[in-house]
Design a binder for this molecule. Structure first.
Ligand code: BJW
Ligand code: ZN
Length: 247
């Protein structure tokens, strides 16, 4: 794998490094992405399921989609890309991992400082009273229609960010600060079509960071980055660590 001299230099000189990850990073663990054409749920676009109107119209369908995804997560493991990112947290004096992923795989790989800007699929809360469901209660839900709040009988929904909803304020502020204030920014496995997350690499670049994209395909972001590393995250991230070594 060929890395530019500029990237080599910055890898060794940077004290503040940030990374934004998307669904592509979990693909080599067996988690389907949203917009690549494979998988059981690909007849639905994410825009059709990941929104409050869809949930109100057909809560069982939407709950079923999330339950299917939780089942997939039970049987899989983080991949070498997740582990390389966990390693990078130890290598740089300051490293912020911003993820759009709701699957918790970064934490399972050992990343301690993960900023989840689209929530986490393992938590659920009541749309009527806001109470979070306990782990035990969620375990007892077998059929979608049983996903009901034990305090008020309202419907439970996953604690994720749907289209038209605000991102969690604290997490998004941390993400913006990490993009604004870093020397090197990686955008990895994201198509860059969903805002405001897709604005973070651009914010980093405007703020003076060197922006590197890792993706097997060209994306909406590719024309605006400093360097594109074309390949999968499970190949490129471990190769970066191996070739460029300890900063
Ligand atoms: C690999 C690989 C490998 C494959 N290795 N790579 C017009 C302009 C600007 C904004 C808007 C607009 N119209 C509407 C909006 C707002 C809207 C938006 O952005 N819409 C666009 C679709 C146009 N955004 C919102 O609504 C957001 N909120 C907001 O703006 O609040 C303010 C507001 C409030 C009220 C009213 C109006 C505004 C919220 C967005 C929430 C997104 N939620 C989801 C679902 C989360 C829950 C869940 O998981 O179900 O987040 S949608 C889905 O997309 C999910 C993802 O995090 C997100 C991004 O997807 P990602 O990760 O990039 O995945 P893919 O599949 O798209 O791409 C995978 C990539 O991996 C590809 O590039 C592959 O090549 C690559 N890949 N294998 C590395 N092995
Ligand atoms: Zn309730």
């Amino acid at each position: 794998m060929k890395f530019s001299d500029r990237l080599r230099e910055l890898w060794h000189r940077s004290t503040k490094v940030s990374a934004l990850t998307g669904a592509g990073v979990s693909r080599e663990s067996g988690v389907p992405t949203f917009r690549d054409k494979d998988g059981l749920w690909q007849k639905f676009k994410p825009e059709e399921l990941a929104n409050m109107d869809a949930f109100l119209r057909n809560p069982d369908l939407v709950w079923g989609w999330y339950e299917h995804r939780r089942q997939v997560l039970r049987d899989i493991e983080p991949n070498p890309g997740h582990y390389a990112l966990a390693e990078m947290e130890k290598l740089f004096p300051s490293f912020t991992l911003i993820t759009q992923n709701v699957d918790g795989l970064h934490q399972r790989a050992g990343s301690n400082r993960v900023v989840e800007i689209h929530g986490n699929i393992m938590r659920s809360f009541c749309v009527s009273c806001g109470k979070f469901a306990s782990f035990e209660h969620l375990e007892s839900v077998v059929e979608a229609h049983q996903a009901i709040c034990d305090a008020c009988g309202g419907r439970l929904r996953p604690d994720v960010v749907w289209f038209g909803e605000m991102l969690p304020v604290e997490a998004y502020e941390k993400a913006q600060a990490a993009a604004r204030d870093c020397d090197l920014f990686f955008t990895i496995g994201t198509s860059g079509v969903v805002y405001p997350a897709a604005g973070l690499p651009l914010l980093a670049r405007e703020s003076g960071a060197y922006v590197v994209e890792i993706n097997p395909e060209r994306t909406e972001i590719s024309p605006f980055v400093d360097e594109v590393l074309s390949g999968t995250s499970a190949q490129i991230l471990p190769a970066l660590l191996k070739e460029l070594g300890t900063p």
